[in-house]
Structure formats: structure tokens, C-alpha cells
Design a protein around this ligand. Sequence first.
Ligand SMILES: C[S@@+](CC[C@H](N)C(=O)[O-])C[C@H]1O[C@@H](n2cnc3c(N)ncnc32)[C@H](O)[C@@H]1O
Length: 354
Amino acid sequence: MRLPAKTEPSSVVIAEPLIAQLVSTQPNFPLALQTPLEPTYDIRATGKMGLGMFAKCDLKPGDLILAERPALVYPNHFTSSNRELEAVFCVALEDMRVQDRIAYRKLAMSAFRSPTIGDLLRIATANCFQLPTNPPGGPNQRWTIGDYRAVYLDTSRINHSCSPNTVADFDFPSFSFIVRAVREIQKGHEITTTYSGALSKRNVERSLPFPCGCSVCTNLAALALSDSRRVAIQSYTPWSLVNRLESSIDKPDKLFADMVLIVRVFDDEGLQSLASYPMVLDLAGRLAKMLGKQTLADKQTQNAEMFYQMRPWYTQLKKFVDWLFGPEGSMPDRVRWAVSHFEEFEYLVEGWRN
Ligand SMILES: C[S@@+](CC[C@H](N)C(=O)[O-])C[C@H]1O[C@@H](n2cnc3c(N)ncnc32)[C@H](O)[C@@H]1O
């Protein structure tokens, strides 16, 4: 399947017919690619991790860094040892836009003198990003037949960090990967992402296929502190936050102080990309409002709003917090209701993940 054409970059997608149909029959598919106001990045050597992506201008939280269509999408089960699949891959390469194919081959040439299809496939496998499991049509529909990997000419140059300074999501309506800053990134600094999503442990302890050389894992002097903060962060799930509210429901000042402290732990550890972060900001803002701290409330609420807008599925989280703090005075009862209805909570708030 070739997606889409006209003036924008197209993608070569190797997919089961059902998935191809689901994707390509979305209304007005594909929506136009979003573009940043000015060029936001350069790609150059990092010194120790091959190529990397670097900020070309100062970026602030929420800024769009790039929205890129994949050059190639293929099923997870592709391996370079499978001759039949190699043949399909070969056809896909031929089908790519000429300039994409040249850039892709150039990338392969930097690793192999004269790349074969098998080499290209190996490069693709080493440089891919996994597509999320939520297909178009809402969180309850699934990619039922396997998962997919995508190779991007630029996005695939973003290195992993255990404190990533971006969030990235695949956007089905525009068929592009959208990367946004989650904190300030100064011009010249490296733009990073996470390859594993779960960052409550450093990836050096996880299953990355390479020893992690990110700034967290190589700062040996700060590792013990980082580990202890991550143990704490691991416990701040949306569900545990609701339980925390319930356990001190009559002490909004204590709860507010707690939330401010939790925000600081996320910030100190550089983990603003985790899903609980906007919720903690929002809870801090709502509690500040209850306590009459209007300036603080406005600041936290504005910040939470900006994060909620970064990722479509955060809307669910926002709606839940909106409901929790409903009409004045209703919060304690609603919190008590929520803690006794875990299944409904999971369906409403965590449903997007499944
Ligand atoms: C998606 S590519 C990223 C771009 C890559 N550096 C390049 O030169 O094209 C993934 C590869 O980059 C390297 N890499 C990315 N993040 C790394 C990290 N935190 N530590 C060490 N190597 C990393 C690994 O070799 C990995 O297989």
C-alpha cells in the first residue's frame, strides 16, 4: 500500500488488508502534515551514539519539533533471515519516493559499503520506532493482526534517553509521527525520546538492545539519587494519586503540599513525559484554587492544560479530573466513589492504553 501521495512525502506500508483499509478509509485521509513555525532541528554526529537530532533553536514545552511520515512501515515479525519477506521489502524500497530511497540507501551506506536488501532490512530493524497499538477509530479498536514498525529518515535519528525531553505519538489521521518538547531545550542541545515508554526504572536495567549511554545512566555520581526518585515516581500512577486524595481528603493543604512535592520530583528527574505528570499538575492547580491560592492555581492549571493538549489520549485524564472536582463541594464524595470503583476508573482513565 502506498500512502499518501500528492505534494507531501508518502509512505510505503506493508500491512494486512484489514489494517490497510482501516487506515486509508479514515475521513479526509490523510490530513495535512503539521509544520513547525521555523526549522527546529539538525541531524549530526553525537560523538558516542552515532547520529542524533539537535535543537536548531530554543524550544519550550509544547513546541512542535516535527511531524514526519514514515518512509516505510512493516510488520514486527519481519526479520532479515526471512527470504520471502526480504523480497517484499525489496519491492517496498523500489516503491519509495526517489529522494527517500536515496536518503535511505545513503543511511545504509554509512554502515555497509554496498548494502544488500538484507543489510537494509537490518538497518531498518535497528532504526525503527514501534507504532502504538491504538488504531484509528478509537482506543477500543485494536491492531488485531500483529504490530508494526516504522522507519523514518529524520525521526529515526532521535536517540533514547531515560529523561527524554520530548513526547512522541503516531497520529493516524495525518499518518505521521509527531514529536513535541516537554521541557525547555536550548539551541544546540540534543533532542531525545524514550524507546521503552516505562521510565520508572533507568533503561540500563531494562531491555534495551544496547548499553544505555544517556545522561542519566552515565552520571554515576547521581545514580543512587536518580534510582530513589524513580522508585517514588513509579508509585505515582493516576490510580495511586486518586487514593492519595482519598487518604487525606479533609486536609487539602497537606494534599496541595504533596502534589507540589511530586511535581518537583518529576521535574528533578526529567520525567515530564510520563502520563501522571499532567494529572499531578492539574491536581496541584485544583487544590491551590480550593485553598484560595489563585496565582499558583492559575499557573499550575495553565501548565496542566498545555500538557493535556500535547497528546490526544490525555483528554481522558483531563475529563476524569474535571469530573472529580465537579460542582463546588462534590470532590470528597466523588473521590470516595472513585476509589471504590477501580474497574470503572481503569476503563475511563487507563482504557487508552489497552
Ligand atoms: C533509532 S537509532 C537512533 C539514531 C542513531 N544514533 C543513528 O546513528 O542513526 C537507534 C540506535 O542509536 C543508538 N542509541 C540510541 N540511543 C542510545 C543510547 N541512549 N545509548 C546508546 N546508544 C544509543 C543505538 O545504536 C541504537 O540502536
